[in-house]
Each structure stands twice: as structure tokens, then as C-alpha cells.
Design a protein around this ligand. Sequence first.
Ligand code: GDP
Length: 377
Amino acid sequence: MHETKNRVPQTGHPENDSEYAGLQVNAGVAQPSSVNPYLSRMRKHRQVLFTVDEYVEGILKGDVTRLSQAVTLVESTLPEHQALAQEVIAKCLPYSGNSVRVGISGVPGAGKSTSIDAFGVHLLNRYGGKLAVLAIDPSSEKTKGSILGDKTRMEKLAVHPKSFIRPSPTAGSLGGVARKTRETIILCEAAGYNHVFVETVGVGQSETACHSMVDFFLLIQLAGTGDELQGIKRGIMEIADGIVINKADGDNVDRARLAASHFRNALHLFPVPDSGLVPEVLCYSGFYDLGIDEVLQMIFRYIDHVKENGYFQFRRNEQAKYWMYESINEQLRNGFYFNPTIRSLIGPTEKQVLGGEVTSFVAAKRLIDRYYEEIKN
Ligand code: GDP
């Protein structure tokens, strides 16, 4: 202790003593800023907006970059972006409608992305055209990252020159997310995509939302759990236009066939759907590329049939009607909840209801009356 003290020069640091045997102190390096210096430039870059005609011209030419930028507008929550998006959609509308829209649903792990990759590549290589893959993922709002429609999950399709893959919009309620997907379909069709796949998870209300925008709803199921039929909600069986059992490969083939026959029997217990066709049930393997063409043929058969008997157009009309009411509901809801006065009153009112000072009904009526007063002025 004493010795060390002796070696300390009067003015310097002990580690700078020539006899010091420890590590040397080097001049430090300035830490980079924790904020990306290019971020503001990127932000500015992202906000570059084009005119309505520039978007529309680009889309009609099939320019994928312009299409992506327009979809970003559709997904934006900023009112000025929304207004621009609505104009672009309106101008694209006359060029839309010329695709076959297929909804693809299944629980996580059923093999949706593997299958979409296989179906998509087969469809494009064998039958030609262009394919857009979109998604409705209600969970993405919570996780802030959409899982469905992710390019990395569809490796072959992601690099196919004729495909356009877009993950699920993330902001808003399920209704809002679904509306954005539906509007994106319009833009994709105007850009010449004659096949559209809409992926969704086989849980909750998302299938109903997906069903309300597609011409054919495909349900992917797995065999082997033994309780597949019990696990299926009646509602899903009723909206499926075709059921496919995935992973019919290796020693799973027999189980898949058995599951398929269970489904066929169960489907006969339901009334014949409005399309006039009892859904077909097929086995395939997305991973090993087995039975892929048969699944596509099943979809083509259905589409041919419903185009002939008029159900195709009837269903699209019904969907248009449904979306008109959905849009009204969404706009009324947003107008109410985003109104500044309502926003300031809703928390305290909720507390009053929780505290038993006022009934839910009276509280709701007070807020709504106040809202109408606000918008009158
Ligand atoms: P998703 O969550 O519905 O999109 O399912 P994925 O496509 O990610 O597939 C889930 C898992 O099942 C992955 O490990 C796939 O490799 C596997 N899988 C998908 N399709 C098949 C198939 O046809 N056969 C077999 N054996 N495995 C498959």
C-alpha cells in the first residue's frame, strides 16, 4: 500500500507511471448517437406524397413500387393520407373486380404459409397471371408486427416476379384492418393482379371478415388429433367453400384420408349452401408439393360453377352491401370516439358508471347527446 503510494507521480494518474504493469488507459472513442442520424431524412422520404393521378397511373401500369406506396396510404391513419387514398381507390374502382379472390384460413401451424407458397408458385407457373397475397391478422395490432402475409414465410413466392405479398395492416379494429385489406384488393386488381389470396387465422372473427371479401373460402385442416370435428365451430364449416387436409404425407396419409371422410360425412348434415355446391374435401401436402394442382382445380371448378349459376355476382353484390354498412359503422364510431370533447369526457363518465353514480344507459345517452350537439355547431 505504502509502496504504491510512493510510485504515484505528483501530477499524473498512477496508470501512466512507466513502472505501472497494468493495462494502459487509451483515449476514448466518442459514442455514436443512439438516434439514427438518417432517421429524419428517412422520415421525410417516407412522407413524400404523389398526386392522385400519379398513384393511379402507376398502379394501372402495374408499377409495384407505386402500388406499395398507395397501399401504405390506405393503411395510414393520418386523415390527409386517408383522403388521398380514398380518391385513389375511387379512380381504381372501374379497373377492379377482375380477379378470383381466394380466402385461406387455418389455425397457426396448419401450414398456411407453406401452402400459399406452394399454391401460388404452382398457380403462376402453370396457369400464368399475377398473384397478390394479402392478409387479415387481428392479432397484429397487439403484437405490433403482422405475422400473416409475411414474405419470409413464403420463400419461393417472395422472389417470384409475378407475385405481390403484403402483410396484414396493423392499425385499428378488426373491421378497420379488414376494410384496408379489402381496399388493397381493389388497388391490386387495378394493377393487373388476376389472382388474390387473402390469408387469415382460423380463430375468432377474422374468418368472417375474410369470407366477406372473397369468392372462395378455403379452410386448411390437420388430421391426426382425433377430435378435429369437435374442435370446429359450426360457423366455420358453414362458410367454407372447400376443406383441405394438409400434411397428407409420410405416415400421416391414412389419417388425413380418414379425417377427410369424417369431414365429408359431417358436411352432408348441413343444408346445401347458397352456391348450390357441397364443399369438396381433399388431402394434400404443401411441404412435399403433393395434390396441389387438385386443390387449384377444385377452386376453378367452383368458380366456373358459380359464375354460371349467377352466385358469383350475387355474392359480390352482397359483399358490397355488407361493406357499405361496415364503412358507415366504422366512420360513425371513429367520428364519435375521436371527437376531442368525447375523448375528454369518456374517462370520467366511465368512472361514474363504475362507481354506480350513473347507469350505463344514461351515461351512453349523455355522451351521444353531447356528441350530436358538438357536431351540430
Ligand atoms: P402456418 O402457421 O399455418 O402458416 O403454418 P406453416 O406454413 O408455418 O407450417 C407450420 C409447420 O408445419 C412448419 O414446420 C412446416 O414445415 C410444417 N408443414 C407445413 N406444411 C406441411 C406439409 O405439407 N407436410 C408436413 N409434413 N409438414 C408441413
